[in-house]
Design a protein around this ligand. Structure first.
Ligand code: SF4
Length: 415
């Protein structure tokens, strides 16, 4: 082993380029209508982890990350890409590094941008020594530590990575991925259970780092299925509420489907107080990559404003009015006014545990209102009013509020 328990308790200062300290992260306080302030949810008490000028965890705003999609050795294109992502507001940007030539390119690229950079170690974990001097964060995948130097203990490889990270003032991410989970962990669980090996692997590596005294790390548990992302992160957060989580749905695909998948996972997790940094992974042309950051911020903005695409399972106590973020599928713009009117009308019920969902169209409205106590989904000329999955009736826009109030009164009387 290279390390001992006290070795990383002091922050080491490296000679790498200094970046500005102000973070452009989304500020919850800026919202006119702030769902979060009205319905404060306790965020998991994670520790703060500094990634250059960006700090995640604790009370820090949820940071938005992205990744350069260009070939790293094409330094001109990669610098252009990093600038584009920085302008879009990325808090941390990942650059792909797979070879020594990529490292040489990284050394040229890094000084040209002032956003913290991150690199994924692939199978060659020893690359950490040449990468760490140029970046603020390094991700390693526990499932990739088996491929090289098979006779060497994984614990020793982790110690080597932590040593290099500490030496060069870097944070670490333990990045567990459904597609490349540690085979030793996969063997311990039934083949149909893909979530438990991911969690076990993440917990094992947290323990390895903790034992080394290296606490400047976060964890990610990614899958392409948003339901699995929700389950894995929820279970991990219950066991390690102190560890900051990087949320993401891997291989989410192209917009709009990729955005919807990601949104559903983030809505459920962030509304439950889970998640310290996010990445929206979308298949986009290089020049449109800034959309990943914009979409990430939009999803956060929507969650904090009470605009949900799905009904979160864990909502704060009291009345919760949620409305979809709206999109081109909205069939009657009166939906927007209706969402505001529902909020005003039901203000008197604010201390009652009731969730009301207002959705803008027939595509997702019928299904997404099932989980609310009362749901309104808007058709072109009328509004469908539901109680749970049951349709109460279809009402003109100017009549539905009276019926809604009767329903709210009934729920209050029954509670
Ligand atoms: S419910 Fe319909 S209108 Fe609202 S965001 Fe979803 S698809 Fe768009």
């Amino acid at each position: 082993m290279h390390c001992n328990i006290h070795k990383y308790t002091k922050r080491r200062v490296s000679s790498k380029r200094q970046r500005p300290t102000a973070s452009p992260s989304f500020d919850k306080q800026d919202l006119a209508f702030n769902f979060w302030n009205m319905n404060p949810t306790t965020r998991n008490p994670t520790r703060s982890v500094q990634i250059g000028r960006t700090t995640i965890g604790g009370d820090n705003p949820v940071a938005v990350q992205s990744m350069a999609a260009t070939r790293t050795q094409d330094t001109e294109a990669t610098i252009r890409q990093l600038r584009l992502l920085a302008e879009a507001g990325a808090d941390v940007i990942r650059v792909a590094v797979d070879s020594k030539k990529d490292v040489e390119a990284l050394a040229q690229i890094a000084p040209t941008v002032d956003v913290p950079l991150s690199v994924d170690l692939q199978e060659n974990y020893r690359l950490v020594s040449s990468v760490a001097p140029h970046v603020e964060k390094i991700r390693y995948n526990p499932g990739h530590l088996y491929h090289h130097e098979k006779n060497k203990l994984v614990a020793d490889k982790v110690a080597f990575i932590a040593d290099e990270a500490a030496k060069h003032d870097c944070a670490l991410r333990v990045g567990v991925n459904c597609g490349s989970v540690d085979p030793a962990q996969a063997e311990r669980f039934p083949a149909e259970d893909s979530i438990s090996p991911m969690i076990a692997s993440a917990l094992e590596h947290c323990e390895l780092l903790d034992r080394l005294g290296f606490t400047r790390y976060c964890v990610s548990l990614k899958d392409s299925d948003p339901a699995k992302v929700i389950a894995a992160n929820t279970r991990f957060a219950q066991q390690r509420p102190d560890v900051p989580l990087h949320l993401g749905v891997t291989e989410a695909g192209m917009p709009p489907e990729g955005v919807i998948k990601t949104r559903i996972a983030f809505e459920q997790l962030i509304s439950a107080g889970i998640g310290d940094t996010i990445r929206v992974s979308l298949t986009l042309p290089f020049d449109d990559k800034g959309e990943e950051v914009k979409v990430g911020r939009q999803i956060l903005d929507d969650i904090y404003s009470g605009r949900f695409r799905s009904v979160p399972k864990l909502l704060p106590a009291g009345l919760n009015i949620i409305s979809c973020p709206s999109c081109s599928r909205v069939e009657n713009e009166a939906f927007i006014d209706l969402a505001h009117q529902v909020r005003e009308l039901t203000e008197y019920a604010r201390d009652h545990q009731i969730t009301i969902a207002v959705m803008g169209c027939r595509v997702n409205g019928p299904g997404e209102t099932d989980d609310a106590d009362l749901g309104l989904w808007c058709a072109p000329n009328f509004v469908n009013l539901k109680r749970g999955p049951q349709l109460i009736g279809q009402f003109p826009y100017d009549e539905v509020l009276d019926v809604l109030k009767e329903q709210v009164d009934e729920l209050i009387a029954a509670s």
